[in-house]
Design a protein around this ligand. Structure first.
Ligand SMILES: C[S@@+](CC[C@H](N)C(=O)[O-])C[C@H]1O[C@@H](n2cnc3c(N)ncnc32)[C@H](O)[C@@H]1O
Length: 233
């Protein structure tokens, strides 16, 4: 039986232990990652970053914040992550930029007080249980002003078993270009142990039911999607 508390602890330990390896290995494990992050940043509807505050949920080593800061150097960012070691690497990667706060903890526990114009997240929300998401998305909608945006880059479940299998085979082929068979087996075992991707169509519906409007898919390649919407307050 699944144990969500224990699973999140495993997620934390995994990223604490492998922070150093993460940046080296990640681009060989996550296909189309840069394309997805570019699409995520493209979704931010701001002319300039001046006076904007943007939260990066599960910032890891800071890849998304870096991409946002490159486009909006004047934006204030909040980087949140469970794993201290990932946050330390994010601070190092982002040291040339000002106006970034770092918070270590669970995104479900953060006190989302203060103004915020956008919330972004990449490859994190599949760690949450489906049952936790409704309340979590409502909270995100609550902290955003009318017109504020929430965009997610994540892998999701397709609607048929056939596609689940086909996408998995594609993922294995991608990893086989640069990983040894034992490393691929480790990735697949970890995916099974730690990840809980949600069915994509249900995920879009949940965002709508949580108060987001103009919910849309701004990029999709197999089961890797960038999607979200505007707060409808
Ligand atoms: C696959 S990494 C992605 C990091 C980063 N967003 C990126 O795209 O490079 C997932 C990150 O999410 C963090 N994470 C997972 N669940 C979390 C939670 N409930 N609260 C805060 N951080 C979480 C992990 O510690 C890890 O750093």
């Amino acid at each position: 039986m699944d144990n969500p508390g224990g699973r999140m602890l495993k997620v934390k330990r995994h990223f604490e232990r492998e922070a150093e390896r993460f940046d080296k290995c990640f681009f060989r494990v996550a296909p189309f990652y840069r394309e997805a992050i570019n699409a995520l940043v493209l979704g931010l509807p701001f002319k300039s970053g001046k006076g904007r505050r943007i939260i990066d949920l599960g910032c890891g080593t800071g890849n998304v914040t870096l991409a946002v800061k490159k486009r909006y150097p004047e934006a204030s960012m909040v980087c949140i992550d469970l794993a201290e070691n990932m946050l330390e690497l994010a601070e190092t990667k982002l040291r040339r930029y000002n106006d970034i706060e770092y918070w270590r903890g669970d995104i479900r526990d953060y006190d989302y007080g203060g103004r915020c114009d956008a919330v972004v997240s990449s490859l994190v929300l599949h760690h949450l249980e489906a049952g936790d998401k409704k309340e979590f998305y409502r909270r995100i909608n609550d902290i955003l002003p009318a017109g504020g945006v929430f965009y997610i880059a994540d892998f999701v479940l397709p609607s048929s078993r056939y596609l689940v299998k086909a996408y998995r085979e594609e993922w294995k082929r991608f990893m086989a270009r640069s990983l040894a068979p034992a490393e691929i087996a480790e990735m697949l075992a970890r995916h099974k142990r730690e990840d809980r991707p949600c069915e994509f169509i249900a995920e879009l519906d949940l965002l709508r039911k949580s108060g987001f409007r103009d919910v849309d898919v701004i990029w999709k390649k197999y089961n890797f999607c960038v999607y979200g919407g505007f707060s409808s307050k």
